[in-house]
Structures are given as structure tokens and as C-alpha cells.
Design a protein around this ligand. Structure first.
Ligand code: SF4
Length: 399
């Protein structure tokens, strides 16, 4: 593990990779943003401007498929209309990458600048993992041919700035909740990273995981708004997306009612074998204990080959004992769900007094689950040296 203190993190890059974005660090905070509106809203917007509604479709295509970040560059619109839109204060308004941190393992963590409620800049923190972290193993994702220099990549997304849930092992919790991200800000993180990495939708295999800063189900409308933009407007598959929740029961119930063509896969951040230990490390468990969470999860109608993922952060000496593994196997079997368990060795963070489990303990835990008939995978720690790994996201350098 790289144990450099936070203040020694190197600021590698201050400007966005795409020069067309260069003049617009503040593009999310000035004028009226088109980015974040869906095709229907863009059509209504055009109709109000006296234009035919199909201009809205052209705008959506430009914003979400061509990923154009400057209204003047939308050449499918007549020049006079572009000029008028700019004159009226319209801009694309996609949030911009302002800083990039690169890990020795190829992982990149970004600060994506979004406007703060008080006008101050705040940041979402998407993470690009060029080879994934094995979190998608065994959950029904199909395997596709390798393209580019990466065979498969994963982008981990924030849904809030900070988080209110207060899991005791998580660095993000130390921020508290600063604010919800909007649907456009969440989807914008994806398109920013796609631009930087030259991702071609429909060709490159990229998975999205809503597992970064924040609890997506405490920002449900914006989270699902982002999913709708990414699926309907940008053309991504919801089966390449996974949302992780700490167990917000009303959110899970709402999620279970989403149509299959829009619903991402579901992961539950379990982290403990029983309510007593879970309540100690995740206070949210006092509100929604394990059985209530499982009852809600059983309402999700899984697609063929789809599994529910249980994320399990192993805390050395606290949740990584052999008896815990046997109890988790029993618990998961009892749910009757098609499920798998992702094991994550706890990633250290400053000021958090837990220990990383020994590698032998992690392997023994995995084996106990597997022997008990529960598919179990160990997620590779990615980007620990840049505080990009699970539970480590926190704005460490101002955007
Ligand atoms: S683990 Fe997730 S839900 Fe818990 S405090 Fe951290 S960001 Fe919030």
C-alpha cells in the first residue's frame, strides 16, 4: 500500500483533455444549461423558442451521443439558431473535469467541478478503472471482445457530494452530506470520462457502478434521472450499470418497480454477518435491519442470469473471522436470492481506526462462502495510492 499522506498527492493535470472544453471551467455555473434535459424537455424548449420539436432530438443527439460541449459547435442546428441560443444565455453546461490523479495501476480519479449551493465549487469524483476490479464477475454481465488497450473498464460514479449515511469504515462519511448531484451532473461525469478515454458507445465495454461518493437511494430522483439520460439519450445498457445501496428500504422498493429496460443491477452493501455487528459499523442498520433490507430486495424481479450482489468490506479482526464467513453464507442462502458476494479488503483512510485484513483471512473467507455454495469474488483494490479505492473517496484537493 502507498501510504503517502493526502497533502502529498500530486496534481497531475489542471486542464480538461479536450481543448473544446478549455474555456469553460465554469460551464456548469453560468447561463442556462441544456445538459441534463432529456429529449422531451429539449423538444419543449425548442418549441417554446418557436422551433420545430424535432430540433430537440438534434440537440439530444449532439449533447449525449456526439458529446459536444459547446452550443456553437452543434452543426446540425442552423447557425442562426445556434447564435440565438448563445445570445439568450444557453450553454451545454456539462460539468468539467478539473483535476486528474493517476495511480500506478492505471486507475484515474477525477474531480468534476459542479456548482455549489452557495456558489462555491464542489466536485464529483468519478474513478476510471481500465481493467475493472473484478466486481462484475459472476453477476450475469456478458463478456465481449477486447478493444483498445483495456479489455474492459469500469467507471465508479458519485451520486452526492459527501454522504450522510456515516458508515464508520468510510472516508467519504467524514465529509457529511454537502449536497445532492443533479441528474445532469451524474450523467455528465460519465460523458466527461468517456471523452477523456475516447470511449465509443456500442463498441467499448465499459461498466458503470454507482458506488462512489454518496448514497444513490437518498438522491433517488436524480440517480434514476441520470440512468434515464444514459440509457435513453446516450444509448448505454442498464445491464452494464450497478447501483449499490447501504440498505435504504424505501429506495429499494421504488427501484424494484422500475421497468427492466431502465433498471441497473442491484448491489447491497452488507459488510457484516448479523445486525449486531452491522449496527456497530453502519448506524443505518438501526433504521433498516438486515431482514427488512432482504424483504425489499426480494421485490426486485431479476433478469435471466442476473444476480444480486452483496458487497462485503472485510475489516481486520471485526468482520473477517471464519465464523463470520459461515454466518454470511447462511444469511445469503436464507434469502433465497440468486446472489453473489463481492469481498473487499478494507482500504485504509486517515483517521479511521480499522485494520486491513490479512490476505490469508480474505482468501479463507472467500473459500468458506464458495464451499457453502455462495459465489464469492475478491475485488482488486484499485487506485489506493490516489485515494480512489472503495470507501476512500473524499475531496482531497480543492477543484
Ligand atoms: S460507504 Fe457509501 S453509504 Fe456508507 S458513508 Fe460511505 S459513501 Fe456513504
Amino acid at each position: 500500500m502507498d501510504s503517502r499522506p493526502v497533502d502529498q498527492l500530486v496534481r497531475l493535470e489542471a486542464a480538461p483533455a479536450d481543448s473544446s472544453q478549455g474555456a469553460s471551467e465554469d460551464r456548469a455555473s453560468v447561463g442556462q444549461a441544456l445538459f441534463g434535459l432529456d429529449g422531451e424537455a429539449l423538444a419543449a424548449c425548442m418549441a417554446r423558442a418557436g422551433e420545430p420539436a424535432w430540433r430537440g432530438r438534434q440537440l439530444a443527439e449532439a449533447l449525449y451521443r456526439q458529446r459536444i460541449s459547446d452550443v456553437s459547435a452543434i452543426t446540425t442546428l442552423p447557425q442562426a439558431l445556434r447564435q440565438r441560443l448563445v445570445g439568450e444565455g444557453w450553454q451545454v453546461g456539462r460539468p468539467a473535469i478539473t483535476q486528474v490523479f493517476q495511480s500506478q495501476d492505471g486507475t484515474e480519479r477525477y474531480l468534476v467541478r459542479v456548482g455549489g449551493a452557495d456558489g462555491a465549487a464542489q466536485a464529483g469524483e468519478p474513478v476510471w478503472m481500465p481493467e475493472g476490479d473484478d466486481g462484475e464477475a459472476g453477476d450475469g454481465s456478458d463478456a465481449e471482445a477486447a478493444v483498445k488497450e483495456y479489455t474492459r473498464a469500469t467507471i465508479c460514479l458519485s451520486s452526492q457530494v459527501g454522504c450522510a449515511v456515516n458508515c464508520h469504515f468510510c472516508l467519504t462519511a467524514k465529509l457529511g452530506l454537502q449536497r445532492n448531484l443533479t441528474a445532469g451532473e451524474i450523467a455528465g461525469q460519465v460523458l466527461e470520462v468517456f471523452e477523456r478515454q475516447g470511449v465509443e458507445v456500442g463498441r467499448d465495454r465499459v461498466n458503470l457502478v454507482f458506488m462512489g461518493m454518496g448514497e444513490p437511494f437518498l438522491n433517488y430522483a436524480n440517480f434514476m434521472g441520470a440512468v434515464r439520460l444514459l440509457v435513453r439519450e446516450a444509448g448505454l445498457s442498464p445491464q452494464r450499470m450497478t447501483v449499490s445501496t447501504s440498505g435504504i428500504v424505501p429506495g429499494i422498493e421504488q427501484f424494484a418497480a422500475e421497468p427492466a429496460e431502465l433498471r441497473p443491477k442491484l448491489a447491497i452493501s452488507l459488510n457484516a454477518p448479523n445486525d449486531a455487528i452491522r449496527g456497530e459499523i453502519m448506524p443505518i442498520n438501526h433504521k433498516w435491519p438486515i431482514e427488512a433490507v432482504m424483504d425489499a430486495v426480494r421485490q426486485v424481479r431479476l433478469r435471466p442470469r442476473e444476480r444480486i450482489t452483496f458487497e462485503y468490506v472485510l475489516l481486520g479482526g471485526v468482520t473477517d473471522q471464519p465464523a463470520h464467513a459461515a454466518e454470511v453464507a447462511r444469511l445469503v442462502r436464507r434469502t433465497g436470492l440468486a446472489a453473489k458476494v463481492n469481498l473487499i479488503a478494507w482500504n485504509p483512510g486517515p483517521g479511521i481506526a480499522y485494520a486491513t485484513p490479512r490476505p490469508e483471512a480474505v482468501e479463507a473467507f472467500r473459500k468458506t462462502l464458495a464451499d457453502g455454495g455462495i459465489p464469492a469474488y475478491v475485488r482488486k483494490p484499485r487506485g489506493r495510492d490516489i485515494y480512489a479505492a472503495c470507501g476512500q473517496l473524499k475531496r482531497t484537493v480543492e477543484g
